[in-house]
Design a protein around this ligand. Structure first.
Ligand SMILES: Cc1cc2nc3c(=O)[nH]c(=O)nc-3n(C[C@H](O)[C@H](O)[C@H](O)COP(=O)(O)OP(=O)(O)OC[C@H]3O[C@@H](n4cnc5c(N)ncnc54)[C@H](O)[C@@H]3O)c2cc1C
Length: 295
C-alpha cells in the first residue's frame, strides 16, 4: 500500500513542511505539497529514495521547477527536491555531475577545469536532473549530445544507463516513461582554454537577451516538425498579449506565458487550451506542450 504521510521525524533530511508550490516554481502557481525533502548529495538522495521505497511512501522528484505547472489544489504526495545537491567530479572524459547541480554551477566548474561543451546551457535555469529528464537545449544543441551515461535509482538499485538507452529525442527521454529518479550523469567534454569557454558562454547568453523576464516556464510548446517555431505560429495567429485571468502570452516571445497578475494554474491551462484551439483552427497545426503538468 502506498502511504503519503511522513512521520514527524524522518532522518536528518532538510525539509519544508508544507511546501508551497507557488513560491518554489518559476511560474509562481500551485497549492501546497505536504512536505519537501532536500538531500544534499547523491548518497543522501539514494538513501532517501531507498527509505521512502521501503516505507511505501510515494514521492515526486523535482529540480528547480522551471518547466512544470503545479496544480492549484496542491499535491498529495511528498516532493523530493534535488536543488541542494552540489557534487561535480572530474572524470577521464569530462565530469560526473549530481542531479541537483545547476547549469551555472556546472559551467563554473567547467571553466575552472578548462572543459568545453556545456556552454549552450548558459542561462538555462535548470538543474542537471531536470535538463536530463527534459533533454534541455539551446541554440540547436541538446544535453543528450554531451551525455555519456545517466545514473538512476530504479526499484532500489543504482543503474547506469549508456546514452543510447536513454531514448533521447527532441524534448523527450526515457525518463518520461519510467519511475527512474536521475541521480547524476557522466558528461563528455573537451579540453579547451578559459578564453574559448568564456566566448562561447557569452555567445549563448547573448542569444537569450531577448527572452522575457518575469514568472514563466520558458517555452510552453514544443516546436512542430514543419520548420516554423511554435512561437511563430502563435504570433501569426495574433495571440501575443492574449490574457486569461493573471496569465498572458508574452509580447516579446509568443511561446512564453507569463504570470504577471497572480495567475492560477487554471488560468494558465485555459490560456494554453485557447492557444492550441486557435492555432489549430487557423493553420491546422497542433501545438504540443513541452511543459510538464505535475500531479
Ligand atoms: C526563463 C526560462 C528559460 C528557459 N530556457 C530554456 C532553454 O533555453 N532550453 C530549455 O530546454 N529549457 C528552458 N527552460 C525550461 C527549463 O529550464 C528546462 O526544461 C529545465 O531542463 C528544467 O529543469 P528543472 O531542474 O527546473 O526541472 P523541473 O522543472 O524541476 O522538472 C522538470 C521535469 O523533470 C522531472 N525531474 C526533475 N529532476 C528529476 C530527477 N532528478 N529525476 C527524475 N525526474 C526529474 C520533474 O519531475 C519534471 O517532470 C526555461 C525555463 C525558464 C523559466
Amino acid at each position: 500500500m502506498i502511504k503519503n504521510a511522513l512521520p514527524v521525524t524522518y532522518g536528518n533530511f532538510e525539509r519544508i513542511q508544507p511546501f508551497d508550490l507557488s513560491k518554489n516554481s518559476s511560474i509562481g502557481c500551485g497549492g501546497l505539497a505536504p512536505c519537501a525533502l532536500f538531500p544534499r548529495d547523491l548518497e543522501e538522495l539514494f538513501a532517501l529514495l531507498c527509505r521512502l521505497q521501503s516505507d511505501g511512501i510515494s514521492c515526486l522528484t523535482v529540480g528547480n521547477m522551471t518547466n512544470v505547472l503545479p496544480p492549484d489544489d496542491g499535491l498529495k504526495i511528498l516532493v523530493v527536491c534535488t536543488r541542494k545537491m552540489r557534487g561535480i567530479q572530474a572524470t577521464q572524459s569530462g565530469v560526473f555531475v549530481e542531479a541537483g547541480v545547476s547549469a551555472g554551477q556546472l559551467l563554473q566548474a567547467c571553466q575552472t577545469r578548462n572543459l568545453l561543451g556545456a556552454e549552450f546551457l548558459a542561462g538555462v535555469p535548470c538543474t542537471l536532473g531536470g535538463a536530463l529528464y527534459m533533454n534541455a537545449g539551446a541554440g540547436g544543441t541538446y544535453i543528450a549530445e554531451i551525455v555519456e551515461s545517466v545514473l538512476v535509482f530504479r526499484r532500489g538499485r543504482r543503474v547506469e544507463l549508456p546514452v543510447e538507452a536513454c531514448r533521447y529525442g527532441y524534448k523527450t527521454s526515457l525518463f518520461m516513461q519510467t519511475d527512474d529518479v536521475i541521480l547524476g550523469a557522466n558528461l563528455r567534454l573537451k579540453r579547451s582554454n578559459e578564453q574559448e569557454i568564456a566566448e562561447r558562454k557569452r555567445y549563448y547568453l547573448q542569444r537569450r537577451a531577448h527572452l522575457p523576464t518575469g514568472k514563466s516556464m520558458g517555452c510552453v510548446f514544443k516546436n512542430p516538425e514543419n520548420g516554423v517555431s511554435a512561437g511563430e505560429w502563435i504570433e501569426r495567429s495574433g495571440l501575443k498579449g492574449l490574457r486569461v485571468g493573471g496569465a498572458v502570452v508574452s509580447d516579446r516571445h509568443a511561446n512564453f506565458i507569463l504570470n504577471d497578475r497572480g495567475a492560477t494554474s487554471q488560468d494558465v491551462k485555459r490560456l494554453i487550451a485557447t492557444i492550441q484551439t486557435t492555432v489549430k483552427a487557423r493553420y491546422g497545426v497542433e501545438l504540443k506542450e513541452e511543459i510538464r503538468y505535475l500531479e
